[in-house]
Design a protein around this ligand. Structure first.
Ligand SMILES: [Mg+2]
Length: 184
């Protein structure tokens, strides 16, 4: 089987990691409950930043957000390793910017993720993921963003949504709440 995975907030807990980085940088001791209540992908609002300031904060912090010790969701690494061991093909489809593709690959490899260089796609916009996923004829695809899964609905790929505070209002896709649940 051919499995496709988004990376950020699907396999690794990037937004929460970024939330802690923002707290330090902005010297703001917001409680983690505040993070869990955010109903959009962007995390800047509780820090009192405008969308524009939030965007700039994200871009200025990107190096630290991407390449420090962002936690992997429990069970995600083991799930992918198990799929690799049983002979399934694993593809990564991430909208991380082009200049971060190779280092992201290396970061994942160092943490034990099974990465094949010809099965790693990056640098596209969210709405362009659909073209890659169609071309790859994936059997399964997992992402945290419902807008991306919507673009794939008429495809034969089985779609799974990684549960997040900003997608809980939707019930049209099967949901991965814990990777330890061994859905695949
Ligand atoms: Mg994502």
């Amino acid at each position: 089987m051919r499995f496709g995975f988004d990376i950020d907030d699907t396999l690794i807990n990037l937004r929460e990691h970024a939330f802690h980085i923002y707290k330090k940088k902005l010297n703001n001791n917001l409680a983690i409950d505040v993070f869990h209540a955010i109903e959009r992908v962007e995390i800047h609002e509780p820090f009192g930043l405008t969308d524009e300031q939030g965007k700039s904060m994200w871009n200025l912090s990107l190096e630290e957000i991407y390449y420090t010790d962002c936690p992997i969701f429990p069970g995600a690494l083991e799930t992918l390793q198990r799929l690799e061991e049983r002979g399934d093909e694993i593809y990564y489809v991430t909208a991380r910017p082009k200049e971060h593709g190779e280092r992201t690959k290396q970061w994942l490899t160092e943490r034990g993720f099974p990465v094949h260089h010809d099965r790693f796609f990056y640098g596209m916009q969210d709405h362009e993921k659909v073209h890659i996923i169609r071309k790859l004829q994936l059997d399964y695809y997992v992402d945290d963003k419902p807008t991306i899964l919507h673009t794939l609905k008429d495809n034969k790929t089985k779609l799974y949504l990684k549960d997040q505070s900003y997608n809980r209002h939707l019930d049209e896709f099967p949901r991965i709440i814990n990777w330890t649940d061994r859905l695949f």
